[in-house]
Write a protein that binds this ligand. Structure first.
Ligand code: CO
Length: 298
């Protein structure tokens, strides 16, 4: 059995409650930033910390959109994806769901959800990663959409949100097998576009890569704050609660040049297709699987 299983279950249950809370707040006219803050706040209220800042990616943005501090965006008739997770002592949960506010993309939402459900059902020790990918691909294409091939699910470990294995969203012929005790996130993305995403500009999500000595006083203070996130991703606007936007901007630029910090820009579908996403964190057990982000009893 995986180490710290009770912490995994609790972090993942809190992630699930926070996701559900956020999904219920996504309505036309609501402010995106307020929903993101409410999700992060819910995680803290429930005794955990955000494993990464809550992210809401709209329409052709597939992932990694995180609000700038002065974001005024309100929800319109869009396809809205909420991705969030909680951690307890570095043990993270990761889950996501899509809300269709447009009223005419329910099939697209269904495609990623069906793919997730079908993929989970085949999880057991010995199943090949390519078989998971194949299942996701066929569920999505059956409804007339494309899986996003260069986004994938992933292993999850303590203080490591993304680790091996890569869990593909299409049959990539990976013969590697799942093993009992692994924790993985399965996250199919379905699109009306080509199924390829590319990086946009303007990162709002960052992560510390290493500890580097920094001369500049402000950058040093900001780095000390960044270290409290313990190598997990953080939002630029979290820093702006404590330091001025100009100082944060300059410090992040310096820290990125030193390779001490990395930015994660929003990921957009290259043909500007609409994108839906569904995600759960799953424990591979001897007999099959346990969906850790399904249980909302904390
Ligand atoms: Co994930």
């Amino acid at each position: 059995m995986v180490e710290d299983i009770e912490k995994w279950r609790k972090a993942c249950s809190i992630s699930a409650v926070a996701l559900n809370h956020g999904i219920n707040l996504i309505k036309k006219g609501a402010k995106v930033i307020e929903v993101c803050d409410a999700v992060d706040q819910k995680i803290i209220e429930l005794g955990a910390k955000p494993a990464f800042p809550a992210q809401i990616s709209l329409d052709h943005t597939a992932a990694h959109y995180c609000c700038p501090y002065d974001d005024k965006t309100v929800f319109e008739a869009q396809v809205a994806k909420l991705d969030c997770g909680a951690h307890i002592d570095g043990i993270p949960g990761d889950n996501a769901a899509t809300v269709d506010l447009s009223g005419n993309n329910s099939e697209l939402v269904k495609a990623s959800r069906n793919a997730l459900n079908a993929a989970i059902k085949i999880v057991k020790p010995g199943i090949k990663l390519s078989e998971i990918g194949e299942t996701i691909q066929s569920e999505i294409t059956e409804l007339g959409f494309s899986p996003v091939r260069n986004l994938s699910g992933h292993g999850i470990a303590k203080f490591e949100l993304h680790t091996k294995p890569t869990v593909p969203n299409f049959n990539n012929n990976d013969p590697n097998e799942l093993t009992s005790g692994q924790v993985i996130a399965i996250e199919p993305f379905a699109t009306t576009g080509e199924g390829i995403i590319k990086e946009a500009t303007n990162s709002e999500v960052f992560m510390q890569l290493s500890h580097k000595p920094v001369r500049d006083m402000t950058a040093r203070q900001i780095l000390a704050e960044i270290e409290t996130y313990e190598s997990l991703p953080f939002a630029k606007r979290w820093l702006i609660k404590k330091f001025s936007p100009v100082k944060v901007e300059l410090a992040l630029k310096q820290l990125q040049q030193l390779n001490a910090v990395k930015g994660y820009p929003p990921l957009v579908e290259q043909a500007r297709g609409l994108v839906s996403q569904a995600e759960h964190t799953i424990l591979v057990t001897d007999s099959g699987y346990e969906v850790l982000t399904q249980n909302q009893n904390i």
